[in-house]
Design a protein around this ligand. Structure first.
Ligand code: AN7
Length: 343
């Protein structure tokens, strides 16, 4: 039987109610791509869990198949979320597939083009909030407490259930959990889900390195950030909903949550692209964190098996690239002009 998505493959391991009616776009089953060059440099066995290859271009689809399937089965008619972009696109796609109305709240002007376009293309009602993601999430929480709208942010426990599937896949591919798992942390749903997934699967436990952007690092600073700012707009979050659980995952796993600068994030994005993987800035934070930790000797990586989660595709945020490079040259359509450039 060909692949049918994560609810079909791992549903027996996910705590979902009996009323759940599976809605799938065949999310999950993403490749664990080796990074031989960087791995060799660092002296470790290095892999990228390439979550940008999910149906809407980010890991959010794993949680959304579960949350939308539960909402549909319960009889919900409208789903709503706040989002820095990827959750919005994913909710829009799965709601469309389920025949549900989707409303998404985004921070005005702070969502990458590919995500906004996706949410619109899939037919969601997109509302821009003159405020941050955290402001938008507070609004969504309030309205879902007062009306029958179904909340599909990662406060919804079924999102976490679905996202555990990536930990299962990594263990299935490697035969056991890696020594380290490095990933970006924003609202802290994903780090929570990975840790729960590894604990449940019983194929060993990785140490977890969670990575925030320096301008949006509430879990490193130990307090909320009122005006988060970073080039990695996906993780421009100052008040993570699952912050406590993220800190617990880091502590229990004998890992750490650290912050990296925007410059380090963009450098990591380049390094990944140089091995053929173009990911959005937030997705490069895991690699940036790994490099920062190795350089500061905060982490022994030699001989270790390390998985870095790259959470979203580079095509989500093309402007980051086009704005920082000069435009490609234009030549007349003749051979001599071409030859002059390439010789
Ligand atoms: C590419 O879409 O919060 O720590 O609203 O898009 O589970 O929040 C996105 C988060 C990492 C952080 N990488 O994951 C949203 C949103 C990418 C992301 C994260 C996000 P969490």
């Amino acid at each position: 039987m060909s692949y049918q998505g994560i609810l079909h493959r791992y549903g027996h391991l996910l705590d979902l109610p009996a009323h759940t009616r599976a809605i799938s776009l065949l999310e999950g089953n993403t490749p664990l791509v080796p990074l031989p060059r960087l791995g060799h440099e660092l002296g470790c066995e290095l892999f990228v869990k390439y979550e940008g290859l999910n149906p809407t271009g980010s890991f959010k689809d794993r949680g959304m198949t579960a949350a939308i399937s539960e909402a549909l089965g319960r009889g919900a008619q409208t789903v709503i979320c706040a989002s820095t972009g990827n959750t919005a696109a994913s909710a829009a796609a799965y709601a469309a597939r389920a025949g549900l109305r989707a409303i998404v709240l985004i921070p005005q002007g702070k969502v990458a083009a590919g995500k906004l376009a996706g949410a619109i293309a899939y037919g969601a009602e997109v509302i821009q909030v003159d405020g941050s993601f955290d402001d938008a999430l507070a609004l969504v929480v309030e309205i879902t407490q007062k009306t029958p709208l179904a909340l599909v942010n990662s406060i919804n426990p079924y999102r976490i259930e679905g996202q555990k599937s990536s930990a299962f896949e990594i263990c299935d591919d490697l035969g056991a959990a890696p020594d380290w798992l490095c990933l970006p942390v924003g609202n802290a749903g994903n780090i929570t889900a990975y840790w729960a997934g590894f604990k449940q699967y019983q194929k060993g436990l990785p140490q977890i390195l969670g990575v925030q952007a320096a301008g949006a690092a509430p879990l490193v600073l130990g307090h909320p950030v009122e005006k988060p700012e970073t080039v990695a707009t996906a993780i421009r979050i100052g008040r993570p909903a699952r912050g406590e659980q993220a800190l617990q995952a880091a502590q229990e796993s004998r890992g750490q949550i650290i912050a990296v600068s925007d410059a380090e994030i963009l450098q990591a994005q380049k390094i990944l692209a140089s091995e053929g993987l173009w990911v959005e800035p937030a997705s490069a934070a895991g690699i940036a964190g790994l490099l920062a930790q190795t350089q500061s000797a905060g982490m022994e990586v030699r001989g270790k098996k390390i998985v870095v989660v790259c959470t979203g595709h580079g095509m989500k945020d093309p402007a980051i690239i086009t704005e920082s490079f000069t435009s490609p040259k234009v030549i007349p359509a003749d051979y001599d002009s071409l030859f002059a450039l390439v010789e």
